[in-house]
Design a protein around this ligand. Structure first.
Ligand code: COA
Length: 329
């Protein structure tokens, strides 16, 4: 059976850097606390007029260039985001138009921070089935626009950015297995109450700050440390592999303590696990593709390597993918 493989990666981070020291001026927090409890040193913040589609277009264009294909050759664009430009049309359609992907279908996929890995699973299934050949998966987020900048429990954690991957068919290596999970009973530990059909925007919802992200940090933390290792082991088993086969783990970049605990549970060495959240914080659906793109840029990935992508997020959701790197070059 033919498989899908990643043939091009791109990323885009807004120019504006917000350090922990900058945050000290906004909320009652300090650089030392943020570094010790999260590992984050700084994050990028989009300009006032910059949107999820703006960031996504830049990441997508870079991924197309690296894959060596034209936008018109794309069959499908999947955009993972919880901060779309607007409820509809889909941000995927906005990006489709702007990059000139005139032959592509386009839709948004919402699985919060797990969204990109969900998207990889969907895209690889389309390719394996023979339905499509060239698919773009983008994770793009402008979380700064849904953050309550008065809530020190959340505003220190998140950042803006976008990452993109082009997937194409291969008969060697590529995406070996994926696994998706959810537990809707935990939905109220990480959510945005207002703006949907439950609570359409009113003056009251705005006054009550219901258009911001809410999180029970401790509960999400406990869920995350369990699920990251569980999801990684499950997908490796599906592919007939074990942690001994892993060259590099690309985890969702939420908190270094969550990543360290998963590294330990999986009995991996720290150098087998890619971390860049010190620079960007948690960029939700963009975190895994940005990390993957940087790992490749840094020469940490070569053809034949076994790589695990694993993410968790609101929903609650989780997703994992194991792939044998083969960029067809
Ligand atoms: C949010 C998070 C960093 C909080 O860290 P923690 O070690 O659990 O901290 P706690 O919430 O127990 O708070 C400990 C103390 O620090 C304080 N505190 C919380 N945020 C603070 C901040 N930004 N600066 C300084 N102090 C802070 C708390 O008020 C509390 O003080 P108290 O003991 O006097 O009540 C952590 O729970 C976390 O990372 N959770 C997962 C979040 C996540 O990954 N979300 C995204 C999912 S995709």
């Amino acid at each position: 059976m033919r498989k899908a493989t990643i043939t091009g990666l791109g990323k885009y981070l807004p120019e504006k850097v917000m350090t922990n020291k900058d945050l000290e001026k906004i909320v009652d927090t300090d650089d030392g606390w943020i570094k010790a409890r999260t590992g984050i040193e700084e994050r990028r913040i989009a300009a006032d007029d910059e949107t999820a589609s703006d960031l996504g277009v830049k990441a997508a264009e870079e991924a197309l260039k690296k894959a060596g294909i034209k936008a018109e050759e794309l069959d499908l664009i999947i955009v993972a985001t919880i901060t779309p430009d607007m409820p509809f049309p889909a941000t995927a359609c906005l990006i489709q138009d702007r990059i000139g992907a005139s032959n592509a279908g386009a839709f948004d996929l919402e699985a919060a921070c797990s969204g990109f890995v969900y998207g990889i699973s969907v895209a690889s299934s389309f390719i394996e089935s023979g339905m499509y050949d060239n698919i773009m998966v983008i994770g793009t987020e402008v979380l700064s626009k849904i953050i309550n900048w008065e809530d020190r429990g959340t505003c220190i954690l998140f950042g803006d950015g976008a990452g993109a991957a082009v997937l194409q068919p291969t008969d060697k290596g590529g995406i070996l297995a994926s696994d998706l999970g959810s537990d809707g009973s935990g939905g109220d530990t990480l959510y945005m109450p207002g703006g949907g059909s439950l609570k359409p925007a009113t003056h009251e919802t705005v006054d009550n700050k219901e258009h911001y992200l809410y999180m029970e940090g401790n509960q999400v933390f406990k869920f995350a440390v369990k699920i990251m290792s569980k999801a990684s082991l499950k997908v490796l088993k599906k592919a007939g592999l074990s942690t001994d086969d892993v060259d590099l783990l690309i985890p969702h970049q939420a908190n270094t303590r969550i990543i360290a605990s998963s590294t330990k549970r999986l009995k991996l060495k720290p150098e087998q696990v890619f971390v860049n959240l010190d620079k960007y914080g948690n960029t939700s659906a963009a975190s895994v593709p940005i990390a993957l793109a940087e790992a490749e840029e840094q020469g940490l990935i070569k053809n034949g390597d076994t790589i695990v992508l694993v993410a968790f997020g609101g929903g609650l959701t989780w997703a994992s993918t194991v792939l044998e790197w083969n960029d067809l070059k």
